[in-house]
Structure formats: C-alpha cells, structure tokens
Design a protein around this ligand. Structure first.
Ligand code: CP
Length: 356
C-alpha cells in the first residue's frame, strides 16, 4: 500500500462520520441517466441541480468514498485547468486531489498575474486558449462576472469554484453530501414530519456565497427539512438577504425563520451550519462576531456542526474531538463529491456506472 492509499484507508474515529458512505450507497438505486446528462455542462449555480441529479451524484460520491482505491483511471488522458485567482485551501486542493485520484493530469494557475491577464489580455482570449489546452476548467475568481465572460467562449466545461459573493455550488453539494451521509433516510421521497430536521445557519445569505448556494440546495430537499433558522445579530438586517432572495427560497418550499439569540436556538438544531467570512471585492469581511460555538455551547446531544472552513474564532477547536464535528468529514467528503461531478462533466460517467 502506498502513502496515498493509506491516507484514505487508515482507521479513523467514527466522530468524523467516515463510517457512513456505505449506508448512503445502500439507500439509493443507481440511475446513470442523470449522471450522463451532466456531460459537458458548465456548473455555475446550485439552481442547476434537480433532486434526482443530486441524489445520483451523492451516490457516486459514496461509491468512490466506500472504495477509494477502486477507481484509479476514469480521467486518464484528460487535463484539468485549475485557475484560482483568490486564496483557497480546500476547494483548489480537493478538486486537484479528486482529479489526480481518478488518473487525470492538471495544469494549475494560482495567480492571474502569471498569465497574459497581467498584460491586459481579455478573458475571451484566455478562454480560447483554455479550449486548446485542457478538457475542463475549475475557476475561482473574486470578480463575479469573469465566469460568465469565459463561458461565452469556452467549449470545454467550467466549474464555478466561488465567484465573489455570488455562488459556490460544489461547496453546497459537499455540505449536503455530509448531511445525507449522517442521515441517509432523509433522502427518502417521503420523510415523516417527526423525522425532518431543523437546520440553523449562522451566516448572511445575501453576502456569503457558501450560504447562498447552500440555501438553494436545501430548498431542493425541503420535504426533509422542518425549517431553516437564520441566526443573525440584528445589525445586518438590511443586507441579510438580497431583494427577493428569501421569497424565492420560500416559494421553492423552504420554511425560513430568523433568530438573534444563538443559545436559545442551539438546543433545537439537528444541524448547525456556521460561517463568518464573506468576500467583498478584493478582500474579505468577517461577520457575526458575537456568535461562537465551543464545547460548552448548548448543542443538541446528537446535533452536528458544519462549517465550510476556513474557520476563525467562531468555531473553537475544543469541538474537534466531539461527536458534533462533522466539518472535517464535510471537507474530506468534498473530494469524493468533486470526483463524482468531474467524472460526469468530462464524459467519463459510463466508465463508473454499473461498476461495483
Ligand atoms: N470552503 C472553501 O471554499 O474553502 P477554501 O476557501 O479554502 O477553498
């Protein structure tokens, strides 16, 4: 066994939730048609994904995670262009890890000033070159419009890996993958009222791309959710939602309630999602400083915490070795989720469908 295998195979404490992909895998019937339809699709927004497509992606991710050394070559001969013009630990490395683990090759740009953009080259021309050099692009750009500009010229698929304050759809998919590994029964077509979950979101839907995309994805599974409680400090009421954002989510079936007192709500939450960082222009702002989760917080006994990370003071390290910590599983599972999505985008789904 080499080191790469060992990093996935070694025994880990169950508090990280790694025992669960097999349960998810068993609970869903494979239907490859939904995966094949993702061929050559640009991935821009959480709006694009139907419930059935997400469930099949989660199933494929669970198949990869249940047997991490089984599929080494579905992306052999394919080249990923990984372009990250804004800092990233998890998204860039998990996309690149996903591609490597499936046998593909990668070209990585971590600073736009090393490309012709520094000499005034337009994004159309950069996109045209990408068509010649690779098979898929993953782009993180603090300019929310760059993605749309490149899509006009690209003939290879592109993934939005975070575009300013707008969206981060694959993060939301990784968030839901963690939730459904924790409770696969929530994927059922009918979830009895008493089994539905209450989710608390400490974050600002109108300013945080992670929260914006998460809420859209949760709306797809609204029949599994009692309500979403947005916990905010009251000082940001004007910008809490973009105009029409809350109404649109409610029209899609999500029940949303606002709360200001974290410790009053925490004992009722099955899932507590927390994020403090929002990208603003070239930098970031930190919000919600009065909300801190630590081992003394009055969390529901079997409640879990999700955080897209990077964390600051809002999430204390004394929670890391507790059963509430599902944020490490969430970050780890993102590799398998991205493996599933990338396989489908570059027309290699048929190499893994019907393979056990
Ligand atoms: N969750 C997330 O987007 O993390 P990075 O900024 O490290 O990619």
């Amino acid at each position: 066994m080499n080191v790469s295998d060992a990093s996935f195979d070694r025994e880990r404490p169950d508090v990280y939730g790694d025992a669960h992909p097999k349960a998810l895998l068993r609970s869903v019937q494979e239907d490859g048609d939904y995966l094949v339809k993702l061929s050559n699709q640009h991935i821009v927004s959480s709006d694009q994904f139907s419930r059935d497509t997400l469930i099949q992606l989660f199933r494929l991710a669970a198949k990869y995670e249940s047997n991490p050394t089984r599929f080494r070559s579905p992306l052999q001969g394919k080249i990923l262009i990984s372009a990250f013009y804004e800092p990233s630990t998890r998204t860039r490395l998990s996309f690149e890890s996903a591609w490597h683990r499936l046998g593909g090759d990668i070209m990585s740009i971590t600073d736009r000033s090393t490309t012709g953009i520094a000499k005034g080259e337009c994004l159309d021309d950069v996109a045209e070159m990408f068509n010649n050099y690779g098979d898929c692009v993953v782009l993180r750009d603090n300019n929310g419009e760059s993605l749309e500009k490149m899509m006009d010229t690209l003939r290879i698929p592109i993934v939005n890996a975070g575009n300013g304050r707008d969206e981060h759809p694959t993060q939301a998919m990784a968030d839901l993958y963690a939730i459904f590994k924790w409770r696969p029964e929530l994927l059922a077509a009918e979830v009895p009222e008493e089994r539905r979950i209450r989710i608390g979101v400490i974050g600002i839907p109108g300013r945080m791309r992670t929260v914006r995309s998460l809420l859209k994805s949760l709306a797809v599974f609204h029949t599994s959710i009692k309500e979403v409680v947005i916990i905010h400090d009251g000082s940001d009421d004007d910008g809490l939602f973009d105009p029409g954002q809350r109404e649109e989510l409610e029209e899609r079936g999500l029940t949303i309630r606002l709360a200001n007192e974290l410790d009053e709500v925490l004992p009722t939450l099955d899932v507590t999602y927390i994020n403090a960082i929002a990208w603003e222009g070239d930098g970031f702002e930190t919000y919600g400083k009065k909300f801190i989760l630590n081992a003394d917080s009055p969390l529901k006994q079997d409640g879990i915490i999700l955080h897209p990370l990077a964390r600051g003071e809002e999430l204390a390290k004394d929670l890391d070795n507790t059963s509430h910590n599902w944020y490490f599983s969430q970050a780890r599972g993102a590799v398998f989720l991205r493996m599933a999505l990338l396989t489908c985008m570059v027309e290699r789904a048929e190499r893994v469908i019907d393979v056990v």
